[in-house]
Design a protein. Structure first.
Length: 277
């Protein structure tokens, strides 16, 4: 790693971990500038492709795989589930603005009445319970298929999370930010250690992906999973890799982390659902 890269990392970590010195908007500008300066030949939008923005050989293989996307059947199932009426005759479309189409880019959002972050998957399950249906298990399965279908209707729309300004929004944002930069597990790693400090480097045989753009392509169909998984399922994988205890789906900590990370990717286009190996 050259001196410029080390300097950029140092400035980023100092800026983003100094809670009292930066607004969320300033955080976002610093966060995004780090990646565009660290990798000047990569367009900001392409960071949504994860490691495939950094590794051309891997990208070529990935693009070949996507000639026949492995998730097509699961995506069709998600569309069918989304359009299947509940027992009371209503549907998911009745719970969301714009009938649930082209809204992925606005989630997670902060519910000021309940003083909490609401992710798309949480909103899907609340739609079910509000219509006397049983909630679905989080992180994978039918809820990931439904979320993937909804994401597909937003493809190309830019992530547009409202800037946190209220006391509650700022508290949730700062909690998510703290989780991102806090070390955990037996290996004592944070999200930032892999996805900022060592971005583009190898961990065993895997290239470490940029945090910028992480939320744009979820739910993801991973070949190792043979199914869709939500962003919080990926959080579980990261926690397991550093030997930390995964958290329950839609826990406050995971929702706040998703809120922070998605806001950091504001302006990038939704390009999910996507496939990964």
């Amino acid at each position: 790693m050259n001196l410029l890269s080390k300097a950029l990392i140092t400035l980023l970590l100092i800026s983003l971990t100094s809670v009292s010195y930066a607004t969320p908007e300033q955080d976002k500008e610093t966060f995004q500038s780090f990646y565009t300066e660290r990798f000047p030949d990569i367009s900001k939008a392409d960071f949504g492709d994860g490691v495939y923005a950094l590794d051309q050989d891997a990208r070529d293989q990935w693009e070949a795989m996507n000639d026949f996307p492995p998730y097509e059947d699961s995506l069709e199932e998600g569309e069918t589930l989304f359009n299947t009426p509940f027992t009371n005759g209503k549907s998911y479309a009745s719970c969301f603005e714009n009938d649930g189409e082209n809204i992925r880019q606005h989630y997670p959002k902060f519910d000021s009445k309940r003083n909490m972050v609401v992710t798309l998957e949480l909103a899907i399950n609340e739609c079910r319970t509000n219509n006397d249906e049983e909630p679905l298990p989080y992180k994978k399965g039918d809820i990931a298929k439904i979320s993937a279908y909804m994401a597909s209707t937003s493809e190309g729309s830019e992530i547009n999370i409202a800037t946190p300004t209220s006391k509650g929004e700022l508290a949730a944002y700062e909690a998510g930010k703290q989780y991102f930069y806090s070390k955990r597990g037996q290996l004592n790693f944070s999200c930032a250690n892999c996805h900022i400090q060592n971005v583009g480097r190898k961990a065993r045989s895997e290239t470490l992906s940029p945090a910028l753009g992480h939320p744009t392509h979820f739910p993801v169909y991973r070949m190792k999973w043979e199914s869709f998984g939500t962003l919080q399922r990926r959080f579980d994988s990261c926690n397991k890799q550093v030997r930390a205890e995964p958290l329950p789906g839609q826990s406050e900590a995971y929702r706040n982390l998703e809120y922070f990370m998605t806001y950091m990717s504001n302006g990038l286009p939704v390009n999910g659902p996507a496939s990964r190996k």
